[in-house]
Design a protein around this ligand. Structure first.
Ligand code: ADP
Ligand code: MG
Length: 248
């Protein structure tokens, strides 16, 4: 880098155009080689910085989402899941339901792809600029119960509450006591009409009452969850079992 380029490099950094600062020598070379106009050069700079920032922001949101694995919808085979049509999947993928604060409930036995579909939709939402948070029901109850005194839980719950989409995986995996059901209700109530929720469960909503104990709270929770909802029954065979590799 010659003296002037060095100076501009540092000025770009002062202006917090860090990405472009690093790319400056290449951009200059490209400009000379392709005889860019002033306007083209300016455009290349702003475009580069914006693209880099967007990529960083997607990266950050992916980290915050805490997905158990990063499987996309491209890796989700619709042929293996005959309870979901191509058209339905496309509709879900378009994420309009999220903008309208619709919830999504994915039901079905283990291994049919509930978590995969939820993660895939979560990644799609992140790529479209939304903030997403993934949590299992077990983790969520722990977070809610420790939020009062544990800083770590406060940080996570803050992210969860600020998210446009909250994925709660394996609802009703375990029975809740009165206090847990109460905390869960308060959280659902907070998210109601400001975020979307994807719930996965191997039990249908009419069985949720048994596990939440209190009938009043169950009704209140269901009332909010089911107000605007799309329910997908994924009742195929276990993908894991179908595709498992045999040793013999
Ligand atoms: P569930 O949450 O319903 O128990 P998962 O989503 O964890 O099941 O799916 C189990 C495994 O099978 C995962 O590795 C997932 O990627 C894979 N899988 C399930 N359904 C499909 C599908 N339709 N296409 C591709 N992979 C699938
Ligand atoms: Mg699962």
């Amino acid at each position: 880098m010659n003296h002037t380029v060095k100076e501009i490099h540092s000025q770009f950094k002062q202006l917090r155009l860090v990405e472009t600062a690093e790319e400056l020598p290449q951009l200059l070379r490209e400009a000379e080689k392709s005889s860019w106009t002033y306007l083209e050069f300016l455009e290349a700079i702003t475009h580069f910085e914006l693209k880099k920032r967007e990529a960083k922001s997607v990266e950050r949101r992916l980290k915050w989402a805490r997905f158990p694995y990063k499987k996309t919808l491209l890796e989700f085979s619709i042929e293996a899941q005959n309870s979901l049509s191509e058209r339905q999947l496309t509709q879900l993928q378009e994420i309009n339901w999220l903008e309208q604060q619709y919830n999504l409930i994915l039901l079905g036995p283990p291994g049919v792809g509930k978590t995969h579909l939820a993660v895939g939709l979560g990644i799609e939402a992140i790529n479209k600029g939304f903030q997403v948070y993934f949590v299992t029901m077990g983790e969520l109850i722990q977070l809610l119960k420790t939020e009062e005194f544990a800083h770590k839980s406060q940080v996570q719950m803050k992210r969860l509450r600020a998210s446009d989409l909250v994925i709660i995986d394996d609802l009703m995996y375990m029975a809740m006591d009165q206090r847990e059901a109460n905390l869960f209700f308060q959280m659902i109530n907070h998210l109601y009409e400001q975020s979307s929720i994807i719930l996965t469960s191997n039990k249908s909503p009419d069985q949720w009452g048994e596990l939440m104990g209190d009938e009043g709270i169950t009704t209140a929770i269901l009332d909010r969850l089911l107000h605007r909802v799309e329910i997908v029954h994924m009742n195929g065979d276990s993908y894991r079992m179908k595709n498992r590799q045999n040793l013999f």
